[in-house]
Design a protein around this ligand. Structure first.
Ligand code: PMP
Length: 425
């Protein structure tokens, strides 16, 4: 029996000592009401909440879990370095090895700077581009997420208009709007930012159209600006190289984080030779950026990326899930919108403008031991098995039946703050 009394009690205590009860992307505020906020442990594919309920976890920590929680050889590398020395007065020698390995794996990269979070890497990318060009304007895709610093956080409270000065927006995959944004930037263009795929929340995902990616490259070359691919979320999930290797386009800079140490805290900015001097002459640092244990974990993660079939496995598991869910949905008279690469699935319902079906279905899955997300892309990890996928499909089948039989579904009032409930309700 699924229960949540421990979670409820923790949430009540959190209300008193954590602003808003919880902050940031791991707040469950915009998820179905009963989604657990607090977790106890994680192992391989599974996650246990504070009440002891077990889930097959398709969020993978919002991306970091690539090879399975608590991966043996990655954590062994981490612990061994932790015992030798972690946050010291200077970096360990293995920092150089990690930079050598990542630049060998990522074809556009000749140098690496390590940092802690994805936002560090995207913010530094912006700084390197401005330093390289001595120009200010950044062209970005509307709705794309690049982190939570004042220049890019999606909620503007607490930021100044000047934090977002020198930004021009385009529509992802729309060549004409990209050209128009670059035209607006005039002779002040420092960089074009691109997500490796369109992986915005609440809307279908899109693979990059080759023509769009190539045009972004050309425009940067014409203007002397830098092309930045933000691979924080998708990095090494779609390719053993930059994600835009899939469309044959080399960025000048790429930001990485999330999965590069399978959950241990480290991120990176990688760059091409021409931006080396610009990278060497900005000042960016942090107390924990040089910690050695996450670097040791990342080195082992890199080895697994090179030497295992994790990529092909996560792709084929994702395809198995996609096909099974479509079939189960059809059986109950539903049609799904499953978009993006199969190993980074986003699953929403057709004819569900207020997300009511999605919320009810995700809630039913959660209470049956499968942790899905109704409006953010999910992740397949290499620890998942065919049996996990087949079990998920069975549970989903049950959840479809539950939603079909539930009759009129409630309006998801909590989404009103996002202005998402204007259509169809
Ligand atoms: N860029 C992208 C594409 C992301 O998905 C994220 C995190 N969700 C970030 C940047 C920011 O990373 P972090 O939360 O580690 O600062």
């Amino acid at each position: 029996m699924w229960t949540n009394s421990v979670d409820k009690a923790l949430r009540e205590r959190a209300e008193a000592v954590i602003p808003g009860g919880m902050y940031g992307h791991q707040s469950v505020r915009l998820l179905p009401d009963d989604y657990p906020q607090f977790f106890d442990r994680a192992s391989g594919t599974y996650l246990w909440d504070a009440d002891g309920n077990r889930y097959i976890d398709y969020m993978c920590g919002y991306g970091p879990n690539l090879f399975g929680y608590g991966h043996e050889s990655i954590d062994a590398a981490y612990i061994s370095q932790l015992k030798k020395g972690d946050t010291m007065t200077g970096p360990a020698g293995l920092m150089v090895e990690l930079a050598e390995q990542m630049t060998a794996m990522v074809s556009h990269a000749d140098w690496a700077i390590f940092c802690k979070n994805g936002t560090d890497a995207t913010t530094m990318a912006m700084m390197v581009a401005r330093n390289f060009t001595r120009k200010n304007t950044i062209v970005l895709a509307k709705g794309a997420y690049h982190g939570a610093a004042p220049w890019c956080t999606p909620v503007k409270n607490g930021t100044a208009p000047s934090d977002r000065a020198n930004q021009v927006f385009y529509i992802y995959n729309d060549v004409a709007s990209l050209e128009e944004a670059v035209r607006k930037a005039g002779d002040d263009l420092a960089a074009i930012f691109a997500s490796p795929i369109k992986h915005d929340t609440f809307v279908d995902q899109e693979d990059p159209i080759t023509e769009y990616a190539q045009r972004a490259r050309e425009l940067c070359d014409e203007k002397g600006a830098l092309l930045i691919v933000d691979d924080v979320r998708a990095g090494f999930r779609l390719a053993r190289d930059s994600s835009w290797a899939r469309v044959g386009v080399k960025p000048d800079l790429s930001s990485w984080g999330k999965a590069i140490a399978n959950g241990h805290p480290i991120s990176a900015l990688l760059g091409a030779e021409k931006a080396r001097n610009a990278a060497a002459t900005i000042y960016a640092t942090g107390s924990f950026w040089f910690s050695a244990a996450p670097m040791a974990a990342s080195l082992e993660t890199m080895r697994l990326i090179r030497e295992t079939d994790y990529l092909e496995r996560t792709q084929s598991l994702g395809q198995r899930l996609r096909a099974g869910l479509d079939e189960a949905a059809n059986r109950h008279g539903f049609a799904l919108r499953q978009t993006g690469p199969a190993e980074m699935p986003l699953i929403m319902f057709e004819e569900d403008p207020g997300y009511s079906k999605g919320y009810a279905w995700n809630d039913a899955l959660m209470k049956r031991g499968v942790y899905f997300h109704p409006w953010h892309n999910m992740f397949i990890c290499a620890a998942m098995t065919e049996a996990d996928i087949d079990h998920t499909i069975e549970v989903a089948n049950d959840a479809f039946k539950f939603v079909r039989d539930a009759g009129k579904l409630p309006r998801i009032e909590k989404l009103a703050i996002l202005g998402l409930l204007t259509d169809g309700h």
